[in-house]
Every structure is written in C-alpha cells, then in structure tokens.
Design a binder for this molecule. Structure first.
Ligand code: PMP
Length: 759
C-alpha cells in the first residue's frame, strides 16, 4: 500500500465533511494512521465518531469487506464492541470525495468505541494478556463463517506473503540481515497447507487493541485495513509479536496470550508449531518494511513507532534457543509428550525420591533448557545463571555436546583397552599443571576424586589423620563427610571424628586475624597441630573456600601451611573441584594464586561441563606408593566419552579465551559490586577472584552481625528478577556468584542492576 497516496485533508476539512455528508457539525481532530486518515469527532459528551478517509489506492471492494465484516460481527456475541458503520445523509455507506489533487477518496463514518490502546497501558498483566488471546480467539471463531471474494488478495502484511517485505532486507546492515536469517529460513520452511485458513483480522497490534480503562481486559479490535484470507493462526502470531515488545520475559508474555487463545479456539498441533515462526516473521516483516518506508518517507515518525522495540525484541529472541520457545508453546497447547506440571513433578519427588534432598526456592523452578549462561523454564521465563559452576563453558555447549555424541555413537568402554581419547586427555590435562603433578587418575565425581586422594595420602604416609579447614565440604562418601565440618558439624552431623583436626578458616573479614600477618598467623595453627599430633596423612583444603563462604586466603597462607605439613611428613591436597579450570581468571588453578604446588589436586564439577567426571593428579612418588598391588579400577572413570567431553572443555576454554574472560569480567563485576556497597550498608564485604565471587551481608558493618535472612530474601527477589544466585557460608549470609565462564559484561550489568533493585 502506497503511503505516499495517504489522503492529506485537514481537520477543518474533516469537520466540514462531517457536517456536509452526515449532518454532524462536530469538531474534528486527527488520529494517527499510516496510510489512511482518521479523524475523531466529539460533541459535548465526548468522542462520538471516527471519520475515515481511505488511501487513494484503496479499492472499493476492500472497504466493502470491512463493512460486511463489521455487520457480520455485530450479529454474533463475541463479548467485544466493534464500531458500527453510519450511513451518510445520502444513504451511502461509502462516499467518494475529491482531494486537492482532484483524486477521489472514499469516506466512511463509524461510531466511536470507548477504550484505551493496549500500547498505552503498562504493565500488561498476565490477565490482560490472556484476555487478549481469548478475545482474539472469539473474533477468529466469529470470522470462521465469514466469506468475501475481495479478502482473497495479495496483501503485503499477510504473513503468507512476508517475502514481499523480505525483499527490502538489502536495506539493512549486514549484521542485522544475519540476525534475521534464521527467522526467515524458518518462515520459508512453513507448510501453509497444514494451517487452516479463513478471513482474518490480521492486525492485532497493540495500538489497534482497545482495553478497558484499568487495563484488565480487551474490549475491541480496531482498523480492519489488513483483513485478508489467510492462515487463522497468523492472527494470533501478530498479537503475540506485539505483546512480546518491551517485555522482560517475552516468551512468558506470549505464553499468556496463547493460553487465553487456546482455551477458546484450541490450536492444532501444526498451528502450535508454526506460531513462533509466524510471530517472529511479523517482526522481521515490520523491520524490513520500516527500512523501506523510512527510505520513501523520511519524515513520518509513525513508521518508526514500533521499530526500535522490534529490533530489541528480535535481538532477544535471536539469543534464545528456538527449540525452547516452540516447546513452551507446545506445552501451553498440551502437545508436549514429556511435559508434566510442576505440581506433579513435586509430588513424584515427594513420593519416590530419597527425602534428604532439597529443592531450591520456595516455589521451585522447572527448568527445561539451558543455553550458554541462561536457564529457561517451562513457562517461558529466562534466568541468568550466576550459580552454575558445572556448566563451565556454558550450558549445552555445542562442541561438548558434539564430542560426547560422536564418541558415544562410536565407542564407550572402560580403560582396560588402549584408546586415543584417554591418552590425549591426560596429556592435555597434565599440560595445565606445574611439575611434579604428572600422574592422573580419572574418576566420575568430585567425591570420588577426594576419596581417592585420601587413599593416596594414606597409602603414601601410612597415617590416618587428616587436617581440614573449618566449614569445608569435600564430598558425599562416608570418609568425606568425616572430612567435611560443613556436614559433620551441620544438621544431622555426628560431630568431628577423632582422626580429623579442624584448622581455622583463614577468613580476614570475620576470623580472628585480619592484619597483614594474617597468613602466617592462620598457618601457625596448622604448624601447631602438626607438631601436637605428629603430623597428618593429609591436609585437605580448597584453594579458596566455597562452602566456607567464598573465602580468599591471606597472602602466604597456603605456602606456610604446606611447608608445615610437609615438614611433618604429610601430603597437601588441593580440592579444586569448585575453583579450577580457569575460573580464577589470573591463573588456571586457584592454588597458583597462593604460589604453591600441592602434592595432589582433585577436580570435578566443571571438568566435563556436566558430564559426570572427576580427576586426581599427583606426583610419581605418591602414585608409586599407592601401587601396592591392589588395582584401582573405576568402571566409568576415564571412558572415551568422558575423555572426549573433558578434551572439548579444555579446547573451548582455550579457544574462547574463557580464563581471560573470567579475569576481565570478574574484575568488572567486583568494581560494580563495590560501587553497590557504597550505597547499601547491608553489604559488609565484597571479595572475589575471577568469576568466583562472594558478597557478605551484615546487619551492622561495625559488629558484622550476619544478615542471613536478608541474604535469602535477596536471592528470592533476584529470582523474580530473572537472576539465579545462592547463599553459602557457615552463617548463610554470603551471596555466591560463580556463573558459567561465558558470563560477560552485559550479564554483569544485568546482575548489578538486579541487585541494586532488590537491595
Ligand atoms: N569438593 C568440593 C569443594 C565441592 O564443592 C564438591 C561438591 N559440591 C565436592 C568436592 C564433591 O563433588 P561431587 O558432588 O561431584 O561428588
């Protein structure tokens, strides 16, 4: 439709026309329109009529479709109010008038419908979005019985003909064309003959949707200018495209509209599957069209009204996994084979899963997809994952997935045969470690790694005793619960076993030593205990304490503690299950930040990005002591699939520069958090190394009274804002931040803005 052929009458002209043709001597004021002219006519009581002057290029029969359609709708109870056509004094429903250009323009008069455009109502409640869907479904049902030959036309805005808009793709910059390509490819693959078609309204954009003054329900749909015979589901797709604009959770908003619609006019499976593609196609068509029209009519602001939000939305949608959005829509329509309600999942867990396991959050999350640093739930919400230190290189990383799938399809067996993957993996892993750490054992979890480390140390020293740090957690086996004050001193714990000595956690914020000599003073406790007990088999320590509340040790602590242990004949074990593989940023291993080399390093969590794997690396000497004839066999440990996964993780860390990202993004985040602390007294301490960060909350900065309830409230509130965090530390007052290493500055900004808001 030619925008240049839009009529150019003045308000005074409109008032004159209203008087002459309709005998209505009323004042006229212009309403926005892209290609026609609409004037509001008011009298003393308020708005009464809309005078519509059609585009010069508009065919009479198209206006006739609209008029007949309104007449059709007036006879059906849709629960909506539509404008009624008012005939001129001449009896004509459509009257031609001459413009300044001597061309004929068609004039019609409609009654005014009260309401406010949905676009002007903020925020859109879930109820309003469902009302939009339900109202549109009632309209579509009512239109099912309507026919008109003129509706069978090739219309630019018919999504079936979206290629007419995509012709203008060339006007867009290359990066934006590339972004739109997958949406357009998906549109091109649609099977239109599987989508039922009738005459549809085809323009439920948020300026055309009228809602009641409090914004609780839809009362009407305006402007039948785009009416066309097309796939019915396009009506919903267009409504959804606009409903998603400017939403923090566009897919959740879309799911609300869809659920309202589906209850009134259930979608077929083919329609449900096509819906997301069609909604995105509408946005793509809009931005292509805007580019084209901006070139034709540079001064027309109306053209750009929805352009910027549309680009923002397309960028967001482009960052989503498309399979997730389709799955959310399938779930709403009941077409997902695997979907079960959260309530039923909770029930099943309660009935059949061992009860010693908690769920995060009072209202548990039902996550169905992970992608990079985000998690996606069943209801259409996306969360920034600031907690998961297992999905190290990002959730569902394609290179890791591919490596696992390819190897699994080819061969998976145990380590008693030769295999390239195993050799490659242990070569690559040991290359990240300083000498003499050169002998590898592959296992299936962090617990198995620590369990084996314990056996190695005991075999090497012939002793039983173990030193651990206060508040530590090292794993879930019987022997490791005994090494974990976090467990044996926590709920259900049986207290410290005799063979275990607890060293004070070298915490310079809350512990007894906080000055420049804190490292030596904490280490002196290790030396004293070694002397008192005759020395342990092993000193187990994370290189920065995770369960202890993101505690970073004072300078020199591990060096002096290790020296004391070794002098007493013990072995130093660095538990790098949480802290390893580049998370520290400045170094690949957190122990390197303390300038020490342990005798045994244990690894888990991030090692294979979620594939169950762990590793122990030690010295030749210790390994030889353990080789006393008893074999160490681990059925799954070191299988080719695990090795392929582990290799892919090491490759991705290197190729994507993730250690460097941990350093720069971690530094950026720390600056932002310290800035937050200047405004929020509840933040007692901010500490971190790379993307291993803690924020300790206190009620009083002087007494450092822990603010545990506040910490848990903050975590809950952040979830509502779409950011996942957790609390930790013996006093439960430390916010833990340890996201996948693909977490970037814009994610840090989201986290910081959320915390500012929540605090
Ligand atoms: N060590 C540390 C420091 C850990 O955080 C954990 C797990 N939270 C483990 C060991 C045990 O690892 P897994 O759960 O894989 O057995």
């Amino acid at each position: 439709m030619n925008v240049a052929a839009a009529p150019k009458f003045t308000a005074a002209d409109a008032a004159r026309i209203a008087g002459e043709l309709y005998g209505l001597p009323l004042a006229a004021e212009p309403l926005p329109s892209e290609r026609d002219q609409n004037f509001l006519l008011r009298d003393g009581t308020g708005p009464r009529f809309v005078l519509k002057i059609a585009n010069r290029d508009e065919a009479l029969e198209v206006l006739d479709v609209q008029n007949k359609m309104l007449a059709h709708l007036a006879a059906i109870d849709t629960g909506l109010s539509f404008p009624r056509l008012v005939a001129a004094r001449s009896g004509l429903e459509i009257t031609p008038i001459a413009g300044d250009d001597d061309a004929a323009y068609f004039v019609r008069l409609f009654t005014w419908v009260d309401g406010v455009p949905m676009a002007t109502v903020q925020p859109h409640s879930a109820a309003l979005l469902r009302s939009l869907g339900a109202s549109l479904a009632r309209l579509d049902r009512a239109l099912a019985g309507f026919e008109h030959t003129a509706a069978h036309r090739t219309l630019y805005w018919d999504l079936r003909h979206a290629s007419l808009a995509y012709r203008h793709l060339d006007l867009l910059p290359e990066a934006r064309r590339r972004m739109l390509r997958p949406f357009i490819d998906s549109w091109a693959a649609l099977e239109w003959d599987r989508l039922p078609a009738t005459v549809i309204y085809n323009d439920a954009n948020d300026y055309n949707v009228l809602v009641d003054p409090v914004g609780s329900r839809v009362v009407s749909f305006l402007d039948l200018g785009d009416v066309v015979h097309s796939a019915v589901v396009c009506d919903l797709a267009i409504a959804i495209a606009y409903a998603m604009l400017d939403k923090a959770d566009p897919i959740a908003a879309a799911a609300d509209v869809l659920s309202g619609y589906h209850q009134v006019r259930p979608l077929s499976e083919a329609e449900a599957d096509a819906l997301y593609t069609l909604a995105a196609a509408r946005l793509c068509a809009s931005v292509c069209n805007a580019a084209h029209q901006a070139r034709q009519a540079p001064g027309n602001d109306y053209l750009n009204i929805s352009n910027r939000p549309a680009w923002q939305l397309l960028e967001t949608l482009a960052s989503y996994p498309a399979d997730w959005t389709r799955e959310v829509f399938r779930r709403v329509c009941g077409y997902s084979a695997e979907a079960r309600s959260s309530a039923s999942l909770v029930q099943t867990r309660r009935r059949m899963l061992g009860p010693s396991l908690s769920l995060s959050y009072g209202e548990p999350l039902h996550i169905i997809r992970g992608w990079r640093q985000h998690l996606y739930d069943a209801g259409g919400r996306r969360y920034l994952d600031c907690v998961n230190n297992v999905a190290h290189v990002g959730h569902a990383h394609p290179r890791v997935n591919e490596a696992i799938a390819r190897q699994m399809a080819f061969l998976n067996t145990n380590t008693r045969y030769l295999h390239e993957r195993l050799a490659e993996y242990i070569e690559s892993l040991t290359a990240t470690l300083p000498p003499p750490l050169s002998v590898v054992y592959l296992v299936c979890s962090g617990s198995e790694a620590n369990e084996l480390a314990l056996r190695l140390a005991r075999a090497h020293t012939g002793r039983d005793r173990v030193f651990v740090l206060d508040a530590a957690y090292h794993g879930n086996t019987s022997a490791l619960v005994d090494l974990s004050p976090y467990k044996f001193n926590g709920k259900g714990g049986r207290g410290k076993p005799d063979h275990v000595e607890i060293m004070p956690l070298p915490d310079v914020y809350r512990g007894p030593y906080r000055g420049p000599d804190a490292g030596s003073r904490y280490a002196a406790h290790v030396a004293d205990a070694a002397e008192r007990t005759g020395g342990p088999a092993a000193f187990f320590a994370e290189s920065a304490s995770g369960c202890g509340g993101q505690i970073f040790f004072p300078r020199g602590y591990l060096a002096e503690a290790f020296a004391a242990i070794r002098a007493a004949g013990g072995v130093c074990v660095a538990d790098e299950v949480q802290t390893g593989f580049g998370r520290a940023g400045s170094h690949f291993w957190m122990f390197q930040t303390q300038r020490v080399v342990p005798d045994i390093v244990t690894m888990g969590k991030p090692i294979a990005n979620g594939h169950p794997m762990g590793a122990v690396v030690t010295t030749r000497e210790i390994a030889d002591s353990f080789a006393n004839g008893m074999e160490y066999f681990n059925t799954f440990g070191g299988n080719p699939v695990s090795c392929a996964a582990g290799l892919a993780v090491l490759d991705v860390i290197r190729d994507e520069g993730l250690q460097e990202n941990a350093r720069t993004t971690g530094d950026y985040l720390l600056v932002g958090l310290r800035d937050l602390a200047t405004r929020h007294a509840v933040i007692g301490d901010v500490r971190g190394c790379g993307l291993f960060v803690g924020v300790e909350l206190v009620r009083d900065r002087a007494t450092r009274e822990p603010a545990a309830a506040e910490a848990s409230q903050l975590v809950d509130r952040m979830k509502d804002l779409g950011v996942l965090l957790s609390t930790d530390g013996p006093l439960h007052n430390v916010i833990k931040i340890k996201p996948p290493l693909v977490f970037d500055r814009s994610d840090a900004d989201v986290l910081l803005a959320g915390m500012e808001n929540a605090l």
